[in-house]
Design a protein around this ligand. Structure first.
Ligand SMILES: Cc1ncc(COP(=O)(O)O)c(C=O)c1O
Length: 435
């Protein structure tokens, strides 16, 4: 497979754009060079050298319906004729809020819109501190909530720097971070109630809120152990702490009501972004009315020029309408196709006695290489998964025309077909013996 044109463009890009990319993870494309793409439609993408790929990155999650679905294109084109940004309200925004609230299990909740997951999680932390008057947010190792100083700690810390098992220290993910922001966090290992109880005991009366990915999409796509989320909710309630789900990946992807629906747990607050507008930039916080009133009456300040812009709201409107019109069949089909891929990969792994491992749900799951039956949190992943082997696998798959992410997270879209799945499984069967 030839990537000559991407190589040429990347040389030019390095002179113009820092590192040649606009988001750091893009340097990790499983190719010799970050690829340049010319266009994408449905499950497929085409690079500047004319190579075609079945894409499982899907924008890192937003493209729930595949690339550039016609029904979103039409709605955005129609609505944007009337203007782009009003710095004022419009009715379509209310239609989206109403549809979203009818799908999410939380009762008597209100919403606010923003433009990215990073941004909406900042509003979440400010709201939790503003409402409770407490200084700290409890965050878990292995969970990602955006790249801001206040939370970009201990996402995937090296284990030898991460501190004791039951009292992890905050490890910054970047140079240049404000060290003082670490004081606003309590870091804890996930999926282990004893460690959580200790964290609450060590910081009694200090924790405003707990933020968790309800299904840990950013580390091995881990579904919490039975009883863990219930225990977390009880501890929060017993300590006057708010519970928040970061549904930036899971929202509108794993079910109409997101991970809340799948797990049967309703948090106090939740944040959404990626899949909500099928690829357009949008984010949303949803929460208990009494908490959200702190934003509503301006006690907790929130602004943004691009919040609820016409194009993003149009895309969200088309996305949620599409999901609602297709009813239960939408998620049933999406998950069934994803499960078919997971099973196909498992069968290939078994027949070749490979340690390829898949974990998660049909619509989003993780591929890793481990002999463990199940990975339960970040330290477990770091100790037991062979990330180099996964990278070799992703690079070999790309040469077969299958585009996998650099971190193993695999996104299905409703545009993926059975034929795509069959090709992907056949490609895995072909590359596994030579890793
Ligand atoms: C769970 C989660 N929260 C927040 C974010 C940040 O979202 P964004 O990239 O839109 O800023 C991400 C991004 O991957 C995410 O996975």
């Amino acid at each position: 497979m030839n990537h000559d044109r991407s190589v040429t463009l990347f040389e030019k890009a390095k002179l113009l754009v820092a590192g040649g990319v606009s988001s750091q993870i893009r340097v990790n494309e499983p190719a010799d060079v970050p690829l340049f793409f010319t266009h994408a439609k449905g499950s497929r993408m085409w690079d500047a050298d004319g190579n075609e790929y079945i894409d499982y990155i899907q924008g890192m999650g937003p493209n729930l319906f595949g690339h550039a679905p016609d029904f979103i294109n039409r709605q955005v084109a129609e609505d944007m004729e009337k203007g782009y940004v009003f710095a004022g309200q419009f009715e379509r925004e209310l239609e989206v809020a109403e549809m979203a609230l009818s799908m999410i299990p939380m009762d008597d909740a209100t919403v606010r819109f923003a433009s990215s997951g990073t941004e909406i999680d900042q509003l979440l932390f400010r709201t939790m501190r503003g409402f409770t008057g407490r200084p700290k947010i409890l965050k878990f190792e292995g969970h990602y909530h955006g790249w801001m100083d206040s939370v970009n700690w201990s996402v995937h810390p090296p284990i030898d720097k991460a501190g004791p098992e039951d009292a992890p220290i905050a490890v910054g993910e970047s140079a240049g971070m404000d060290q003082a922001t670490a004081d606003g966090l309590v870091i804890c290992q996930w999926n282990d109630l004893e460690k959580l109880e200790k964290a609450f005991a060590d910081h009694r009366g200090e924790i405003a809120g707990v933020i968790t990915e309800p299904i840990l999409a950013n580390t091995n796509c881990i579904i919490p152990a039975p009883g863990y989320m219930e225990g977390l909710q009880q501890l929060c309630r017993g300590n006057g702490t708010l519970l928040a789900f970061d549904e930036v990946i899971t929202g509108f992807r794993v079910a109409a009501g997101g991970a809340q629906e799948v797990l049967g747990i309703t948090p106090d607050l939740a944040t959404y972004a990626k899949a909500m507008a099928g690829g357009f930039p949008i984010a949303m916080i949803v929460g208990r009315r009494d908490v959200m009133d702190y934003i509503g009456n301006g006690t907790v300040y929130h602004g943004g020029s691009f919040n609820s812009n016409v194009m993003s709201i149009a895309a969200a409107y088309a996305s949620l309408k599409h999901i609602q019109q297709n009813g239960e069949t939408f998620y049933r089909d999406l998950n069934a196709r994803g499960l078919r891929l997971m099973e196909g990969l498992r069968d290939v792994a078994k027949s070749q006695e490979s340690d390829l491992h898949v974990q998660g749900l049909g619509s989003v799951f993780a591929i890793s290489f481990t002999t463990k039956q199940e990975i339960i949190n970040w330290r477990d992943h770091a100790r037991n998964c062979d990330e180099n082997k996964y990278r070799r696998f992703a690079r070999a798959m790309l040469k077969q025309g299958i585009r996998l992410s650099s971190n193993g997270r695999t996104h299905l879209s409703s545009a993926h077909t059975d034929e795509d799945i069959d090709k992907t499984v056949a490609a895995a069967a072909a590359v596994l013996p030579n890793l």
